[in-house]
Design a protein around this ligand. Structure first.
Ligand code: TYD
Ligand code: MG
Length: 455
């Protein structure tokens, strides 16, 4: 029989090597390869043959199952992101930068959950129980019947959870958990993977909803193998700018609900407040109309959200002018600049371009193209756009405006927030929303002509 030999695995792409090396041949990442114990082949090291298992009961797709019962977490915005509440026996990973407010969010959720009469256990591997109690006091939640433990030993935690059988267990954080059957330091890939595997299995077996907190690396990934993301049912990211009070909880994967849904919170002295109307909040900091500022009517998940997009165009002393983007895709910005140059003859060569989505919001919708183009043009011409107008629409490489989804919801939200005009693809004209006049253009060139003279 072959000697069990450890193997070396790339934590970024999962490629397997016999020997350690500094750079992964398959994905090119540096320092991503770590040693791992091999998977044993069955209980006695024998291969898994067709005769050794026990036949599994097979059913058909038509079998009727009731949808999973859900219980509200007590935080409406968290429930929205989860797709309507916590599903029993599900595993949820909440990732985010250190200090962004993950522990605060989950302590609040645990407390509200417990106050409904359901059992919640909060295990912290990062803070002492006294620290957590102090935080609970600050949040005004000291009376909530949450069961608390400061512990890192996975074995002890699993034993405790097995006795308690809570409806909700929060593990803060997965990187601090230590499985004594794995020979590597806490936080290492093998440890994180083993701990996540045990906790997810526990959730499935005992029907507890388990929330794992995960820290995010500099590259913006949840530290440890991507495998953890595959193991859990739901992956949520908690994000926001440190200097801003807004925090956004975003579903990036959800087996029990729509992905891309967001929940919006505001960090206050007494914890996180839910923001029921994010558009009003994102636009509240807007001052007098200034060149380069545009309101984009976006959709996040199922909810329309209005945000301000700001552009600054300044002469550049550099041979290669700067292109700086916060909250949007920089590749997409280059594309819009290229379309403006090639289709409208408006060049940004020789200018630094800065683009910022206000409030710490991050947009990934192509529908923001038109708002970005309008912001860039307005900044370049130093000419403010009408303040009562929202923009949305995708721009194709030919410069044409392409239709987008949910035009009606966008228009309704704009109308609700006091806007009276929208510049959008012609499709938006077919949905009549009272109080909003839709202006549409065949292509970007026509829009430039209308707003900025002959262009
Ligand atoms: P925390 O939840 O500890 O972040 P994480 O678990 O993601 O590392 O939040 C830490 C920050 O939140 C800290 O800088 C202080 C701030 N904070 C408030 O502003 N108000 C509050 O009520 C609390 C509890 C924290
Ligand atoms: Mg924390």
């Amino acid at each position: 029989m072959a000697k069990t030999q450890s193997q070396f695995v790339c934590n970024d792409c999962g490629a397997v090597y016999k020997k350690w090396q500094g750079r992964c041949d398959s994905c090119g990442a540096w320092n991503s390869i770590t040693e791992e114990a091999p998977l044993s082949a069955g209980p006695a090291g024998k291969s898994l043959g067709p005769s050794r298992g026990r036949p599994v009961a097979l059913t058909d797709l038509g079998a009727s199952d009731t949808p999973p019962p859900r219980s509200g977490s007590g935080l409406g915005e968290l429930d929205r992101v989860l797709g309507g509440g916590l599903v029993p026996a599900s595993a949820i990973l909440v990732g985010g930068d250190p200090g962004i407010g993950k522990s605060t969010l989950l302590l609040q959720a645990a407390a509200r959950f417990a106050l409904q009469g359901l059992s919640a256990v909060y295990v912290s591997g990062e803070e002492a129980a006294a620290q957590i109690r102090m935080r609970a006091q600050r949040l005004g939640l000291a009376d909530a019947p949450v069961k608390l433990a400061a512990e890192t030993s996975l074995r002890d935690i699993l034993t405790t959870l097995d006795q308690e059988r809570p409806s909700l267990a929060i593990i803060d954080s997965i990187q601090t958990m230590w499985a004594d059957n794995v020979e590597s330091a806490p936080g290492s890939v093998s440890q994180v993977r083993a701990a996540a595997h045990e906790l997810v299995s526990f959730a499935k077996k005992r029907g507890t909803a388990v929330i794992l907190v995960g820290h995010v690396t500099k590259e913006g990934q949840i530290a440890g193998p991507r495998v953890v993301e595959h193991m859990v049912d739901t992956v949520l990211y908690f994000e926001g700018e440190r200097g801003h009070q807004f925090r956004i909880l975003r579903a990036v994967k959800n087996r029990f609900g729509p992905a891309d849904e967001i929940g919006v919170f505001e960090m206050t002295g007494a914890g996180l407040d839910e923001v029921a109307n994010p558009s009003a909040l994102f636009l509240s900091e807007r001052d007098t109309p200034s060149p380069g500022s545009v309101v984009f009517a976006g959709i996040e998940g199922t909810r329309p959200v209005l945000v301000e997009i700001q552009a600054l165009v300044a002469p550049s002393p550099l041979a290669t002018p700067r292109r700086n983007v916060v909250g949007w895709d920089s590749g997409r910005l280059s594309m819009i600049l290229a379309v403006l140059e090639a289709r409208c003859g408006i060049s940004f060569a020789g200018s630094d371009v800065y683009l910022n989505v206000a409030g710490g919001m991050r947009i990934s919708e192509p529908a923001a193209d038109l708002a970005v183009a309008a912001a860039l043009l307005s900044a370049r011409e130093d000419d403010p756009l009408p303040p009562d107008t929202v923009f949305f629409g995708e721009i194709s490489l030919s410069g044409a405006l392409r239709p987008i989804t949910q035009a009606e919801n966008r228009l309704k939200e704009a109308q609700k927030l006091g806007f009276s005009k929208a510049v959008a693809p012609s499709q938006a004209k077919t949905v009549a929303v009272d109080g909003i006049a839709v202006q549409s253009y065949a292509d970007l060139g026509a829009l430039v002509g209308e707003f900025f003279g002959a262009g």
